[in-house]
Design a protein around this ligand. Structure first.
Ligand code: ATP
Length: 445
């Protein structure tokens, strides 16, 4: 795949046109950094979440799921350090009023506004807390302040022993959660890359101190493999080890999985050895004993935590960017999304070659039969080439066409979106054929 000019602009256009992602409240001019997932987008996002849940919860014996509430006791955020420290230092331009995170200002351009270019126009840095505040109940006073959670992890920490006892787990084991998080980011942007409301897919793995680095390496390997299975090109992924300055003071090790976006290498997921910091803090603030007693060894300790924290919306965006391609088929330009079949919103398009000779009836029957098992789309409008291209643009991996021969021998053609190879398949064998192709899918670099 060659590099594509203005990829982000093209992708934003495609997302709107095809119903992956719309700007929020568009008829009112939109709301900065908020987006809505349309019919194809909601399927893609759901498929990604299901793929993560399957890998992290359903196929494992040592991880349990959780769905904690967004609003939590305000003390949680004091214990976690978010009230005191979840801040980004920011500067304002006195001339054009633009606002930046201090880490966006290059040291050699200190004081100069990156937007209007005026020198010595930036204010001193001020800390800006990223948590959204609201009030619980009718009275808006300090005593009633609650926060919209800025991460899903804390819901897991405070429930560790509830889950452990209910699910009869013992250490080492993990808790996984997918849910919304909110951060009043100073500079959201790059489409859905950085937004103020987003979903996280987090897993916290509780281990015995001393075994933490082994588990950390294990989870690093598991997680990068997951992106490969998701169909993201290997050459676009790497690990970035946190520098001393980047790493939280309590973390024993921290790596990010990064993807090469059109706007640079950026974090997709953080994998952190958080030591026993989180549970120690909650023990201190709640006054509850949060240590674990190991029956077998008669040892008592506060578990260490290895965290894998991924962004769901960021993963959706990454799959779209990584899948986007333009090529020319028989002299005609096409836009195609090489989405892995497992996450593609629609698995197959079903088309009668022409709207006569009984072909639509046969195609409709195939469509209704398949739809009971996999999401498929019926289209009989326009030239067959155009119908293929509409599905290519939606990332649909297979195109099933009923033609003259179908009426003779009950076979149809199955066109592969990526190789363009067409295979004749008996129409009553379509489902296993597609399932086998989906299972054997391999992303080409
Ligand atoms: P960044 O450095 O990009 O702000 P972070 O280090 O603060 O990210 P974490 O707190 O580790 O991020 O959150 C885990 C994951 O949640 C990130 O890897 C990312 O995928 C996602 N995420 C974090 N902030 C946002 C956001 N504002 N918009 C979308 N996704 C986000």
């Amino acid at each position: 795949m060659a590099a594509i000019k203005n990829l982000m602009d093209k992708l934003v256009g495609l997302c709107k046109r095809r119903g992956f992602i719309f700007p929020s409240s568009e008829i009112y001019g939109g709301l900065n950094s908020c987006y809505d997932y349309g019919p194809l987008g909601v399927e893609l996002k759901r498929n990604i979440k299901d793929f993560w849940w399957k890998a992290m919860v359903q196929t494992r014996d040592d991880i349990e799921g959780l769905d904690a509430s967004i609003l939590m006791h305000p003390k949680v955020w004091e214990a976690s350090g978010h009230v005191a420290n979840f801040t980004d230092p920011m500067v304002d331009c006195k001339i054009c009023k633009a606002r930046f995170r201090t880490d966006e200002i290059k040291p050699e351009k200190a004081g100069q506004c990156p937007r209007c270019g005026n020198k010595d126009s930036l204010t001193d840095a001020r800390n800006f807390n990223l948590m959204f505040k609201t009030y619980m109940g009718p009275i808006e006073e300090q005593a009633n302040v609650v926060y919209m959670r800025p991460e899903t992890a804390q819901g897991i920490y405070v429930n560790v022993y509830n889950v452990m006892q209910a699910a009869r787990q013992r250490i080492p084991f993990g808790i996984a959660q997918i849910g919304k998080a909110f951060r009043n980011e100073i500079t959201p942007g790059n489409f859905t890359f950085r937004t103020r409301e987003f979903e996280q897919m987090e897993m916290q793995f509780f281990v015995k101190p001393g075994t933490d680095m082994e588990w950390f390496e294990y989870w690093k390997a598991q997680r990068i493999q997951w992106y490969d299975a998701l169909g993201i090109r290997k050459s676009k992924l790497h690990f970035h080890e946190h520098t001393e300055q980047e790493r939280a003071f309590y973390a024993a090790a921290a790596f990010d999985i990064e993807y090469e976006f059109p706007f640079g290498w950026k974090e997709l997921e953080g994998i952190h050895n958080r030591t026993n910091y989180d549970l120690s803090k909650h023990q201190e603030y709640s006054g509850k004993d949060l240590s674990y007693f190991d029956d077998a060894t008669r040892e008592k300790y506060i578990p260490y935590i290895v965290e894998t924290s991924a962004g769901c919306d960021r993963t959706v965006l990454t799959t779209l960017i990584d899948a986007y391609d333009e090529d020319v088929i028989e002299g005609e330009a096409r836009t195609v999304l090489h989405l892995a079949p497992v996450i593609a919103p629609i698995k197959a398009g079903v088309f009668p070659l022409v709207k006569k000779e009984g072909m639509p009836e046969v195609a409709e029957k195939i469509y209704h039969d398949l739809k009971k098992h996999v999401p498929v789309f019926y289209d009989d409008g326009g030239a067959i080439g155009r119908r293929y291209r509409r599905m290519d643009e939606a990332g649909t991996p297979y195109g099933i066409t009923v033609d003259g021969q179908t009426l003779q021998d009950q076979t149809v053609t199955v066109r592969d979106r990526d190789s363009l190879v067409q295979t004749r398949v008996a129409s009553d064998k379509l489902l296993p054929f597609i399932q086998e192709k989906m299972a054997g899918y391999k992303r080409l670099e």
